[in-house]
Every structure is written in C-alpha cells, then in structure tokens.
Design a protein. Structure first.
Length: 324
C-alpha cells in the first residue's frame, strides 16, 4: 500500500481517512528536517505542519507525488523546489479560520479586561486591582483589521455583531462590495488604520512587503489607549519595538500568538514586556479545527493520488505537469 509520511502529529481522523482511502500513514520519529530526510524515502505523500519541508527532504523521496501543508502558512515549505520537482502542494486555508478568529477575540478581551493580571491578583490575595486597574468596554470601539481574508472577516463579524464594534479595514485587494456587506469602512492606508483604531488585529500573510509592518514608526501612530493583537505571523511585528512601546506605555497592551522563532527563545523581548498576553501559537488548535484540518489534508492527498484536482493548490500551475 502507498504510504504517507506524517512529519508532525495530526488528528486521528485524518489518519483514519488516509487508511480508508488505501494509504498507510508512516509517523516520523522526530520533525527536524535531517530526520525527515532519513525516513521519508518510499512515501508518495507527506503531511507537515509548522516544520515545513525542505529541499533535501523532497529529494530524499523520489516517489513523492503530493505535499500537504497542515494549515494556511506555507513559509516553511521550499515551494520553489517543489515546483522544480513538479510536486503539487495543497493547504487548508479555511479549516481553522473560525478557531483563529475566536482566539483573536479572546486575546482582545484578555487585554481589555486585564484577565492575566486579575488572575495573578486573586492568586496573590491582592484585591486592589479592582480599584486600580484601568479596563475598558469594547462596545462602540473601533476594531482595525489589517487584512480581510477568511479569518479577518470572521474576526470582524464577531466584533461587530457580538460587541457592537465599528470595523475599519486595511486590505487593498478587498472589493468595496465585500466591505459594505461586512459593515466595514475602508482605511486608505495602514497608517490611517493604526491612528483610528482602538484594537488593531493583524490578518495579513507574510511577504516581503508585510515583514515588520508593525515597527517603531507604526507603533507611534497608534493611540496610547489602543491594543495590538497578532494571530497571523510573528514576522509581521518587530517585537523589540513593540516591547519598547509597552515598557514606555505608548500603547495600552499587546497580544501575540505567533513568533518569529517558535518556541520563543529566552531573549524574546515580549517575554518581559508589561501589559502583554502571550500564547504558544494555539489560534487554530481546537479539537474542531484540528480534525477539519487533518481531514482536508487527507482528502486532498487522496484526490491527488486518484488524479483528481484538489480544491486548495498552493501553486495551481503545477497541476497539469505534476509528477505521476
């Protein structure tokens, strides 16, 4: 039976779906690329999460016919090499969107209501926080959404319908009709979004033009009462500049679910920054999202192996010339 290499753990439902389709999962003993390159030979498919897949691992699997990216971000995949080898790559752009949107809202609430500090106060028998802490309601405030893809739209919908927030969007590629349907107003520039928003939520992909889009200059434009929430990509934010802004009280708080290096190293500036809420990249890690993501990976692998065009190709141009 053909085998699919599983670089990092996925939901059992995905493994079962592969088996039902006649494909045997082979689990990696470790997810570093040196180990993957040693163990992947003979597999016709691979599922990888944030470990990605490098050129050496692809070269070590001459029978590889499809790469499945468990999630949305493909930055850790060597897509150029995959294209050179005519190996199609599939991904799951919608599977965890609801969970990430809910997580963005949870982080916003944690900042607005000082949840981390409140928990620490109770555990330390200190009730002074209820008299001293400055907290805020979200109703009537403006949420600025930098990016308006599936996750950004869901986050905005929860904020608007659940909290009565106003939506301001910076997303040059989004049509006016889509903004109108969402009840959102377009920000002409990122700078305008930062200046007018009470909460800035990042939902942009990582590209050369978005790397460090939130830097020292961008943070200066934010309100001193504003919050920044990042559930997108760690490299969108210059965390040294953000930590400095938090230490100096130039913005009210920040929440970060993603980091440039994961796990975050001991010298990550945000680890020591005040008024911050940090999470270990768990936006899409709910039971529901993990199950759906694994199933979407498995179904698309089975599609490719059966000669059916899968719904979510990262590089559609490869499909007609794909490795068979």
């Amino acid at each position: 039976m053909p085998e699919c290499f599983i670089v990092q753990p996925i939901h059992p439902a995905g493994l079962d779906r592969l088996r039902e389709g006649g494909v045997t999962p082979r689990i990696a003993s470790a997810h570093d690329m040196a180990t993957v390159a040693k163990e992947i030979a003979g597999c016709v498919a691979v599922v990888t999460r944030n470990a990605g897949l490098d050129a050496a691992a692809m070269d070590a699997a001459p029978d590889l016919k499809v790469i499945a990216n468990h999630g949305v971000g493909t930055n850790k995949l060597d897509l150029k090499h995959a294209a050179a080898l005519d190996i199609p790559t599939v991904f799951t752009p919608t599977a965890n969107a609801r969970s990430v949107a809910e997580h963005a809202i949870a982080l916003m609430l944690a900042l607005a209501r000082r949840v981390i500090a409140a928990d620490a106060a109770v555990r330390g028998c200190d009730w002074q926080l209820r008299y001293d802490a400055r907290m805020t309601e979200l109703h009537g405030k403006t949420m600025g959404l930098a990016g308006f893809g599936t996750i950004g739209r869901m986050t905005g919908a929860i904020a608007r319908h659940g909290f009565g927030m106003n939506l301001l969007v910076f997303s040059p590629a989004t049509p006016d009709a889509a903004l109108a349907e969402a009840g959102a107003v377009r920000a002409p520039t990122l700078e305008a979004l930062l200046a007018e928003s009470d909460v800035v939520s990042l939902h942009r992909p990582l590209r050369p033009d978005t790397r460090n889009m939130i830097d020292a200059a961008a943070l200066v434009r934010m309100k001193p009462t504003a919050f920044l929430v990042n559930t997108a990509r760690g490299e969108l934010v210059d965390t040294a500049a953000l930590a400095a802004a938090l230490h100096e009280g130039r913005i009210a708080g920040a929440a970060q679910d993603v980091f440039k290096v994961e796990p975050a190293p001991a010298d990550e500036p945000l680890l020591r920054a005040p008024n911050s809420v940090l999470a270990p990249h768990i936006g899409g890690v709910t039971e529901e999202a993990m199950r759906e993501t694994a199933l979407q990976c498995a179904d698309q692998i089975l599609d490719v192996l059966a000669g059916r065009r899968p719904p979510h190709l990262v590089q559609p141009e490869i499909w007609e010339r794909r490795r068979r």
